[in-house]
Design a protein around this ligand. Structure first.
Ligand code: NGS
Length: 320
């Protein structure tokens, strides 16, 4: 007897034994189970995979040169950057071009900063997708490093200098894009860039990872009240921010694995871990409106603003 005949006998027996309500419940359970299988894989895990926007006018005349360590470094391109780390390409005046602030939290990583600036300017000018300015936000005190607090400060201070910014890229200083197709600009939802790092053999370490490099529009960032200011020391602040985004917008975006590839500059220990992070992560949603941009002014004092050829540096002293 074939499998199909066996199945028909079993189904007929069931049909005789089960009443209408039982049949309906089984049908509903089957639909509930099968429907999600028709959605893209990533959807189940809180993110949606999107294709990178097509580049508006990539630079034909420049090539991406790698130096001996494999990082991009094209001095011809670096010469086109304006003081303060601003870049505006007059030859590609599309009104769809976004004005972007690249915000980099920083302390004691001067050798990374040099590599970062050369690599990022070379990469972004070759892409020629955005008008941008690089802001280095330095924590000028000895307290535990507070990455998220510095990102909020970068948001507020950069807008104080440049009112026209409409998109933000929050960027660690030790992460560098490898693939020119990874378009650096804001898309519909907040987006995780560099999801696939060489350090982790280009595997996404967990589906809700939202650290390293992200893009978000000015309105979206204001809408979630920015990052929490309370994560002093390493870890958790990006997971907190993911929850804020998920709560307000439902999903984050990512580019596919062959596109969102980045390298991490090798270095030693991350610094002091935040032992309070699990406690904070337990009540993220209760704190959204009372911890973030709305309370930022109580958390720091601006020490200086300095303009260098490849970046603008803002120093802040944190209160706690
Ligand atoms: C998680 C951290 C995140 C961090 C991620 C990747 O465990 O803040 O590792 O870190 N979350 C908590 O500690 C709760 S990485 O290895 O890339 O430095 O971003």
């Amino acid at each position: 007897m074939s499998i199909w005949t066996n199945l028909r006998i079993i189904l007929r027996k069931w049909n005789d034994r089960l009443n209408f309500i039982e049949k309906f419940i089984i049908f509903a359970l089957l639909v509930a189970f099968l429907f999600p299988l028709t959605l893209p894989n990533s959807y189940h895990f809180g993110y949606i995979e999107i294709h990178p926007p097509k580049l508006l006018c990539p630079h034909k005349q420049f090539n991406l040169y790698r130096n001996a360590n494999g990082y991009f470094n094209n001095s011809e391109q670096l010469a086109t950057v304006d003081y303060g780390g601003r870049y505006h390409n007059k030859h590609c005046d599309s009104n769809r071009k976004q004005r972007v602030a690249i915000i980099v939290p920083f302390r004691n990583r001067t050798e990374h900063l040099t590599i970062f600036l050369q690599h990022m300017h070379s990469f972004l000018i070759k892409q020629n997708q955005i008008d941008y300015q690089i802001f280095i936000i330095e924590q000028a005190d000895d307290k535990p490093f507070n990455r998220a607090n510095l990102l909020n400060i970068g948001f507020q201070e950069s807008l104080g200098l440049e009112h026209e910014i409409d998109c933000f890229i929050f960027h660690d200083v030790d992460i560098l894009p490898l693939n020119i197709e990874q378009t650096y600009s804001c898309t519909k939802l907040p987006k995780h860039l560099c999801s696939y790092l060489d350090k982790f053999r280009f595997v996404l370490i967990y589906p809700t990872l939202f650290g390293g490099v992200i893009t978000i529009s000015k309105e979206q960032f204001r809408h979630v009240n920015g990052y929490s200011n309370l994560y002093s020391g390493w870890g958790g602040e990006d997971d907190d921010f993911y929850q804020r985004i998920k709560h307000n917008f439902g999903l984050i975006e990512r580019y596919p694995q062959n596109v969102a590839r980045c390298t991490m500059i090798k270095h030693g220990h991350e610094g002091q871990s935040n032992v309070e992070r699990q406690k904070l992560l337990a009540n993220v949603l209760d704190r959204i409106s009372t911890d973030g941009l709305s309370t930022l002014n109580t958390t720091y004092v601006r020490k200086s603003i300095e303009f260098y050829p490849l970046y603008t540096k803002i120093q802040a002293i944190l209160n706690e």
